[in-house]
Design a protein around this ligand. Structure first.
Ligand code: DGJ
Length: 712
């Protein structure tokens, strides 16, 4: 079991195979954090030393490393819980009421000193994965309602300062640029306020002090919440650091009626000594094994084609049929019609809300196209954006009051659309009916669920006035309720999450979407950074990567087809090119890449990802490793012919084993693991946008003794 309790019940360790997260329970001080890091065997050594404040302005409560702090008394640090009671009391004093360990689950119940408010903090250990899950539930056992003004899911205390934070920063079409920054005195806040995660940051943290990519201590935690999030990292004047992660309290209050309870989103956290690559690998493996939807957890993602970049809104039965023929010829397994297929959808200005085929574009409905696609041996998929409505739609004309709004304001359009008020039951019923009907009527195997604007004028007018600030939380809740119900009714459908690219990627959405569209930017060079940043926390299997046309439609950059294919092979390979306009030679390379990808995709999608560092600039390398087989992609993105050499040191091989190194399916040479790990190979890439895909697998049988010279 992953929980050890000391005999006096004062010290508890939440264990992984290699790690311990240790807390102390004290009648006077409450539940305190004692230790997090490498495994510690003897819990007897821990002491709960009495703590004193430093001055009248730095009281004891602010110094206590509390596992769950309530805002009350002399606490000025960011609290996990802030509440206002019906009588106007805005102060919580939490005392431990009960403690229960059951298998891998530890439950600690706190109670307010005066009011019947309970906070239940639940930890679950995942020993093999060295990960812990935590959530908090608040119970109002008072006769009157109370207001939750702030509730964080996770609170972590570190004795040390001088941590560096790793996260991503970005914007639309430029998501996921990894940054690493030392925490300055004061607070660093990463947040989303747009109703979804957004494109700017991702709701997780990785903290280190001097880790390198493959070694060194990294503490990490990820929030399973897709709405407005907040991660605060505070460097205290006492030499310590605190981290809080949870729902954003901005413009948000949750009313808890008498007898009601509220459960926070979950957080997952862990510690590794294997640097940032180790933290990524731990999050990937946890998400792949426990979070991604069970129905498609063990299946590999299909090679898909998507129509968006080829035809944009000009989707029609004929052009889709032609694209489908080409797609089938090159080995595509799933053909997806993106935006533009439904009633009056000729631009972003009309149609959202009316989820049935446009008769001009599809005079006989979608069935003939779906039949064609399935007869060609592919599955069929479709794009939707259910949370939205255009003013120019039947839905809006019939129900102009179905959008979030304030009576005194004109709704602000963004991408010509407004956001449907999902707090209204009739709106949710309509969406469930319309989407269920679509999925029942047609043989649809894949849905891309898009969300192309943030929420504004967040007036949910049907809610009682005191509950209207719950809209941020409720919108998110109802989106996933809807998807959960649709998944239940149509269990075979594969779902892709998208919000103008990577605006809704997080550890809650990953439990509903089998994969994500990480960015609208499909420039293969820029995708390398975007995809590498995406895969810092999220597993490669969930990362959809398209090969698109050159020059790229967004950046106009010209990149050879092989590089574009290799860049798309880094995740769930897909194609977004206009296949009817592509040259024969490019189509051949694309076809070959599809078949190569199918051969190696289980290693890419389910293997361990190692980002490879090279001393040389202008190169990027990614190694995927599954059951001792590796696939390595190397990309050259600058430097030219005068700077062609790169020394490539492989990772995670067994030093004493011999390995075959193959390029394009042919074995180049056989070398020992230690040679490939420590000496590496010298690779020559002459041209800009040159790229290679190597495969490495163990040589079976006798020991390799000689060396064969090979040029590659
Ligand atoms: C934004 C998405 O990111 C694109 O891939 C595409 O689906 C468009 N929306 C369609 O409107």
């Amino acid at each position: 079991m992953g929980i050890r309790i000391r005999n006096d019940q004062a010290v508890i360790s939440l264990d992984g195979e290699q790690t311990s997260y240790i807390i102390g329970i004290d009648e006077q001080y409450g539940v305190l954090h004692l230790y997090w890091g490498r495994y510690i065997r003897n819990l007897e050594d821990f002491e709960l030393a009495p703590l004193k404040g430093l001055s009248t302005f730095e009281g004891r409560d602010d110094l206590l490393p509390e596992e769950f702090s309530g805002w009350g008394g002399l606490r000025y640090k960011e609290p996990s819980l802030k509440v206002s009671f019906a009588d106007g009391t805005r102060d919580v004093r939490l005392f431990v009421q009960g403690l229960e360990a059951d298998g891998d689950i530890l439950t600690i119940t706190f109670r307010d000193a005066r009011f019947s408010l309970e906070a239940v903090v639940k930890y679950q250990t995942f020993k093999e994965q060295d990960m812990i899950k935590r959530s908090v539930a608040i119970y109002n056992k008072e006769d009157s309602s109370l207001m939750i003004e702030q509730l964080f899911s996770g609170e972590w205390n570190f004795k040390e300062g001088n941590f560096r934070l790793t996260n991503v920063s970005g914007k639309w079409a430029a998501e996921n640029a990894v940054f690493r920054k030392e925490i300055p005195p004061g607070k660093m806040v990463l947040e989303g306020r747009k109703g979804i995660t957004g494109h700017n940051h991702s709701p997780y943290f990785m903290l280190d002090r001097q880790a390198s990519p493959d070694t060194g201590d990294v503490f990490f935690g990820a929030l399973a919440y897709s709405g407005n999030f907040k991660i605060e990292i505070e460097k205290l004047p006492f030499g310590s650091t605190r981290v809080l992660a949870g729902m954003n309290d901005f413009d948000s209050r949750i009313e808890l009626a008498s007898g009601a309870s509220f459960e926070s989103p979950e957080v997952y956290f862990g510690f590794t000594q294997k640097g940032h690559n180790g933290a990524s690998q731990a999050l990937h493996s946890f998400a792949r094994n426990f979070l991604i939807p069970q129905s498609h957890r063990s299946t590999l993602r299909p090679v898909l084609y998507n129509s968006w970049e080829a035809v944009r809104f000009e989707v029609a039965a004929e052009n889709q049929a032609l694209l489908a023929e080409r797609a089938a010829e090159i080995g595509v397994e799933l053909f997806v019609v993106d935006d533009g297929w439904f009633k009056n959808r000729n631009s972003s200005a009309a149609g959202l809300g009316d989820w049935y085929p446009d008769e001009k574009k599809f005079p006989k409905g979608l069935a003939p196209l779906i039949d064609k696609v399935t007869n060609l041996g592919m599955k069929f998929g479709i794009w939707i954006e259910p949370e939205m409505v255009n003013r120019d739609s039947y839905l809006y004309r019939m129900h102009p009051d179905w959008v979030y709004r304030f009576e005194t304001r004109e709704g602000t359009l963004s991408r010509n659309q407004l956001v449907l008020d999902l707090t209204k039951e009739e709106v949710r019923n309509y969406l469930l009916y319309a989407l269920d009907h679509l999925l029942t009527k047609y043989d649809i195997s894949f849905v891309k669920w898009d969300m192309n604007r943030p929420i504004s004028e967040p007036g949910a007018l049907n809610l009682p006035e005191e509950r209207r600030q719950e809209i941020w939380f409720l919108h998110n809740k109802y989106v996933f309720e809807l998807i959960r119900e649709l998944r239940k009714r149509h269990p075979d459908v594969l779902w892709e999450g998208c919000a103008s690219g990577g605006g809704r990627v997080n550890f809650e959405a990953i439990q509903y979407f089998d994969q994500f569209w990480p960015s609208d930017n499909t420039d293969a060079l820029e995708r390398l950074t975007i995809q590498s940043g995406f895969s810092y926390a999220y597993p490669v299997k969930t990362m959809s990567c398209w090969v698109t046309d050159s020059p790229n439609s967004y950046t106009k950059r010209v990149i050879p087809i092989q590089f574009r294919c290799h860049a798309a092979m880094l995740g769930a390979f897909a194609i977004g090119s206009n296949l009817t306009g592509m040259s024969g030679s490019d189509l051949l390379i694309l076809k070959k890449s599809v078949s190569e990808y199918k051969r190696i995709r289980s290693i890419v999608q389910e293997g361990e990802l190692h980002r490879m560092e090279t001393e040389e600039k202008n190169f990027l390398g990614f190694q995927y490793m599954k059951e001792n087989r590796a696939v390595i992609f190397v990309f050259k993105h600058g430097g030219g012919a005068r700077d062609p050499f790169i020394r490539l040191k492989f990772k995670a091989l067994e030093p004493a084993r011999n390995y075959c190194v193959a390029l394009e399916g042919k074995i180049l040479f056989i070398k020992s693991g230690d040679y490939l790990l420590y000496e590496g190979i010298k690779l020559s890439l002459n041209k800009e946008y040159d790229s290679r895909m190597f495969e490495i697998f163990p040589k079976m049988g006798y020991l390799y003794r000689g060396e064969k010279k090979n040029r590659f």
